[in-house]
Design a protein around this ligand. Sequence first.
Ligand code: PLP
Length: 360
Amino acid sequence: MTYERANVARMSGYVYGEQPAERDIVKLNTNENPYPPSPAVFRALSLFDAADLRRYPPATADELRRLVASRYGVETDNVVVTNGGDEGLRLAVTTFADPGNVFGTAKPSYSLYPVLAAVQDCVLAEIPLDADWTPPDDFASRLNAAGARLTCLVNPHAPSGVLISRQAIAMIAEHLDGVLLVDEAYVDFVDPGLGHDLVPLLRKHENLLLLRTLSKGYALAGLRVGFLIGNESLIQPIVSKTRDSFNVDAIAQSLAGAALNDRAYAERRWEDIRRERDRLTEAMRARDYRVADSQANFVLVRVPRAGDVFHRLRQRGIFVRYFDQPRLSDCLRVTVGTPEQNDKLLDAMDKIAEEPSDGG
Ligand SMILES: Cc1ncc(COP(=O)(O)O)c(C=O)c1O
């Protein structure tokens, strides 16, 4: 006997990256920022008056919406603030896809998408990525043929970090019949020299939604603040109908504002992470491991005996991510850490490479 809806009874939940309680773990498994948030966030937290928690927070976080809007050169009505990027994804599914509708995505991709599709009892259409981790040319037409109402595409791609160009995204948005949500959770780490910016596409493509989060670029994964940016016709139903009435708490609104207002600090950290990403990539390649060109704060490294290496790193207190699934089971996804953390990882990998393999 179960009280669950049939689709919920059938599905499996999201598998989280491990969150160990110990502080001394080299934690390179969930793409968190290895640096603390801006000092402005610490200040805002210490100045926050707990007496204000007696009241509900501003329901639609309008001050924050205005800040985000001015930052990206859009109007307040083009922004909805969410409880982390994940809530933005969930709201997109519940707003734009009926049970039984097709939910489109690429494969492999962020493993939460199939879970959200299953919760909404959607039919999943997963289009395999090309060998270079970019969508095939017929991505949109195959999803149209499947009848996709909502498609989520992560860019830079997870778990490879590969960046799809603005032109390619524009083509997909142009041809796709349904809503295209581009999940830009990692976009802050893209090399500024590439001039990558999808916001201008919003003017032309009414079906385009961009997802952003403070979890990665602003080192605030624990705060749970993200936002969706898009045409008013996509944003308004979320703001006024499908969102929980007070979806972003008062502390989160205050601290998120402080973080966004100190963009200079965040940018310095992005630069640090990019430098380390490039060093880690080169160091891995120098060891003959194949690494995709990442524009995110992680790298996907093809390593012999990847599953075994994952366990041996874990025994040494170094956590990375291993996905035991097609196309990824020979890889480790490694979050870019501080220089010291990355050195520890490289050193441990060298030692493990010298060890006899299981049974050998
Ligand atoms: C691709 C992708 N999208 C969205 C998120 C959501 O992050 P958050 O809910 O912390 O904003 C993550 C987190 O790992 C992610 O990897």
